[in-house]
Design a protein around this ligand. Structure first.
Ligand SMILES: Cc1ncc(COP(=O)(O)O)c(C=O)c1O
Length: 396
C-alpha cells in the first residue's frame, strides 16, 4: 500500500487475500453437495461457533435483524408490549421490536461507553412508565405493559450484563442482547447470552465475522428458547407440515455457513488486531483536548467493531472529518440520526434524549479493520492531530 495513497475506512478485499482460498474451497464443497438449505454444514458451523463463544446453543438465521426478531418472539413479545431500547443504535435494533409487534421505549446512552447502564434504564422506565398496584409498569402514553429490555453492545463493547440483568430481574423484566457488533466480546469473561434470554449476532459482510452476503445467529443457554427459534426460522414448525404459529423463512444459507466456518479460525486474531489498533489510537490521542477517546469498562472486553471518538465542541466533528477527507482518509458517522428521530418511529412514545442527540452530532469512527497497516494508521493519526491542532489554535 503506497504511503501517499488513500486510506479506506474498510477494505474487505484485503481480508479475502488472506482467507480467500479456504473460503473458495468451502463454497465449492457446498456446490458439489447440492445441499443448500440447513443440513450438516449449517449444523457444523453452529457447533463450532457455540464452542468459540462458549455458549450451549447457536441457531443460524438469515440476518442480524431476523436474529433479533426471532429472539424477541421467543422471549415472548406480543402485540403492544413495550421494550426499553437505546435510541443511539442502528435502526434494526428498534425495527425488530416493531416487527415483533412491540413498542420501543427509548433510553439514553452513556456517552463515554456508548452503552446503556442500569441508571439510564431506571431513568427511562420511571420517566416513560408508571407502576400500577400489582407491580406492572405501563407506559404513560398508550398504557403499554413494559416487558423487557434490549441491550445493544454498540461498537463491539459488551455492556455490564450482570448489573443490567439484576436491575431487570428486580422489576420482572426479561433482557435480550443485540450483539450484532460484538462477536467475541465479553463481560466478566462471559459472552452475550449468559445473563439474558439470548443474544443476536449479524454476519453482514463488514461485521467482525462477515459472510458473503447476509446471515445472522441467535445464541442462548435456554434449550426451550433455542427450540422456539429453530421452529420460528422454518415457518413456526417443529414437525414437517405442522405449523403451531406464524413463523418465518429465515435460515442461515448453507453457502454462508461454509464461508463463515472457513473464516471463523481467523476471528480471534482479527479481534486482537482491532484491539491493538484501538490501543495505539488511544495512546496517540492522549495529549489532545478536542475529543474523547472510547473507554472500555474494566470487566469488559471490546472487539472494536468501531473505534469511535466524540468531539467536545459543536462543529468540530464535521471540520475534522472534512480535513480527513481532504487527506483521502475514510471515516464514518455511526449514527447521524438517532432512532427516536426516525420517521419510521414517529408514532412511538416520545422521549427527551439530549445525550443521544448530542452523540449523533459529535461521534466519528476511524478506520480500525484488522488489515490496516501501522504506516496507514500513522497517517490517520497524523491527519487527525493536524486537524485537531487547527481546532485548538482557533479555540485559543
Ligand atoms: C447494532 C446492530 N443491530 C442490528 C443489525 C442488523 O444486522 P443485519 O444487517 O445482519 O440485519 C446491525 C448490523 O447491520 C447492527 O449493527
Amino acid at each position: 500500500m503506497s504511503v501517499s495513497g488513500s486510506i479506506p475506512f474498510f477494505d474487505l478485499t484485503r481480508q479475502y487475500q488472506e482467507s480467500g482460498e479456504s473460503v473458495r474451497s468451502a463454497v465449492s464443497a457446498v456446490l458439489v453437495s447440492q445441499q443448500f438449505i440447513l443440513g450438516e454444514g449449517v449444523k457444523r458451523f453452529e457447533a463450532k461457533i457455540s464452542e468459540y463463544l462458549g455458549v450451549s446453543e447457536s441457531i443460524g438465521v438469515a440476518s442480524g435483524t431476523d436474529a433479533l426478531l426471532l429472539l424477541l418472539r421467543a422471549a415472548g413479545v406480543s402485540s403492544g408490549d413495550a421494550i426499553l431500547v437505546p435510541s443511539f443504535t442502528f435502526y434494526a435494533s428498534a425495527s425488530a421490536i416493531r416487527l415483533a409487534g412491540g413498542v420501543p421505549v427509548w433510553t439514553e446512552t452513556d456517552p463515554s461507553l456508548f452503552l446503556v447502564t442500569p441508571r439510564l434504564l431506571d431513568e427511562a422506565l420511571t420517566s416513560m412508565a408508571v407502576q400500577n398496584a400489582s407491580g406492572v409498569w405501563r407506559t404513560r402514553v398508550g398504557g403499554h405493559p413494559v416487558k423487557g429490555v434490549l441491550v445493544v453492545h454498540l461498537y463491539g463493547q459488551v455492556a455490564d450484563m450482570r448489573s443490567i440483568a439484576e436491575w431487570a430481574k428486580f422489576r420482572d423484566l426479561w433482557v435480550v442482547e443485540d450483539a450484532c457488533q460484538a462477536i467475541g466480546g465479553r463481560f466478566d469473561g462471559k459472552s452475550p447470552g449468559e445473563f439474558s434470554v439470548g443474544a443476536a449476532y449479524s454476519f453482514f459482510p463488514t461485521k467482525n465475522l462477515g459472510g458473503a452476503g447476509d446471515g445472522g445467529l441467535v445464541t442462548t443457554k435456554e434449550s426451550s428458547v433455542a427450540e422456539h427459534v429453530r421452529s420460528l426460522r422454518v415457518h413456526g414448525s417443529r414437525q414437517r407440515y405442522i405449523h403451531e404459529e406464524i413463523g418465518y423463512n429465515s435460515r442461515l444459507d448453507a453457502i454462508q455457513a461454509a464461508v463463515l466456518e472457513a473464516k471463523l479460525p481467523h476471528l480471534a486474531g482479527w479481534n486482537e488486531r482491532r484491539r491493538q489498533i484501538a490501543a495505539r489510537y488511544t495512546k496517540s490521542f492522549s495529549n489532545q483536548r478536542t475529543f474523547d477517546t472510547p473507554i472500555v469498562a474494566s470487566m469488559a472486553e471490546s472487539v472494536f467493531h468501531q473505534y469511535t471518538i466524540s468531539f467536545r465542541q459543536e462543529g468540530a466533528r464535521d471540520r475534522v472529518r472534512e480535513s480527513l477527507s481532504r487527506d483521502r482518509i475514510g471515516s464514518e458517522i455511526y449514527y447521524p440520526v438517532p432512532q427516536h428521530r426516525q420517521e419510521a418511529f414517529r408514532d412511538m412514545p416520545k422521549g427527551d434524549l439530549p445525550i443521544t442527540d448530542r452523540l449523533s452530532e459529535s461521534v466519528l469512527s476511524l478506520p480500525v479493520f484488522p488489515e490496516l497497516t501501522d504506516s496507514e494508521q500513522d497517517r490517520v493519526i497524523e491527519s487527525v492531530l493536524n486537524a485537531v491542532s487547527r481546532e485548538e489554535v482557533s479555540n485559543g
